[in-house]
Each structure stands twice: as C-alpha cells, then as structure tokens.
Design a protein around this ligand. Structure first.
Ligand SMILES: [Zn+2]
Length: 171
C-alpha cells in the first residue's frame, strides 16, 4: 500500500493508534496529508500501481492541491491516462499537481509553472543577505495566464522555502 509515515493498519482502519496520533499532533503528518493518503488508499483497489508509491506530503494553496511523492513515483501517479489525477480532482474538487519530492529546485519550479515554459532561473542575493529565485518566463505576459503566480509562489515557499520573483522576457 501507499508508503507514508503512518502505520498501514491505521490508514486502513481509519482509526489512528497513539503513535500515529502523536505524529499528527506534532505536525509530521497534517490533516490534509491524512485526507490524501486515504483517497490514495481507496484508489489502490482500482490502480494497483499506487501500492508502492511513497507519499511525502500534500500542500494546498487557493484552488491548487500539490501532492508530493517520491521523485521516481511521479510517473505512476500520472499513469493510466491521467485517471488517477482525475479521481483525486473529483474527490477534492481542487486542481491537482503531482510533484516529485527530493528533486532539484529547477524541476520543482518547472512542474509548478507547467504548462508555461521557463526561459531562465536565477538566484538573486538581496542586500540583507536573503535570497530570491527569479523565474523568467518566455515571451510577453499573456492576458490570461493559465497559472496563478501568487499560488505558485506560496506553494514554492511552503514546499522548499524558496521566494520566487516572476518576470516575462521576450527573446
Ligand atoms: Zn498507527
């Protein structure tokens, strides 16, 4: 079954033992994580490839739900012609993004901005010694952007602590 910090038995039964409760209380696992793990567990019956997916965490911002799984498991989550993702969308009524955990930050940024293509990513050091990541997108800023940049910024911050700055540049 989907690998998580929780005992399989507790996820299956829906009743958490003291040890799992403790993880929830300490914030190692959030209520949102638990909700997503339960959805994935239900979906395993229909999509057996989910059985060996390692779930890392789930993060929500606005109408976007980012599900982080092990880098090598992203393909499994996206398999079955997108049926798994569609099933999660149906359950959560969110726009679902599947992200690889433990990859490099460029990959994470590309996945967060997809389907918009990225021209360059630069690190900027500010006078106060903090760092921002400047993401330059290809072309002119369109009237309708398919991605909400404020949501992407919040997700990047929460997932990897990055502060993003977004700019468009024409080649
Ligand atoms: Zn337990």
């Amino acid at each position: 079954m989907v690998k998580t910090l929780l005992d399989n038995f507790c996820v299956k039964s829906g009743v958490l033992c003291a040890r799992c409760e403790e993880k929830l209380r300490k914030g190692q696992i959030t209520d949102l994580d638990l909700k997503i793990v339960r959805i994935l567990f239900e979906l395993e019956k229909q999509f057996p490839m989910l059985q060996d997916v390692s779930f890392e965490r789930a993060v929500e911002s606005g109408d976007v739900l980012a599900i982080l799984v092990s880098k090598q498991d992203v393909g499994k989550m996206l398999s079955s012609g997108g049926k798994i993702v569609r099933a999660i969308v149906k359950e959560t009524r969110k726009r679902v993004k599947i992200l690889g955990y433990g990859g490099d930050s460029r990959q994470l940024i590309e996945d967060l901005f997809s389907p918009i293509s990225i021209l360059t990513i630069n690190t900027i050091w500010l006078p106060d010694d903090t760092r921002e990541t400047k993401v330059i997108l290809d072309g002119r800023r369109p009237k309708h952007v398919p991605v909400d940049f404020e949501i992407v910024k919040r997700l990047a911050k929460e997932i990897s602590g990055m502060t993003l700055r977004v700019e468009f540049e024409e080649r």
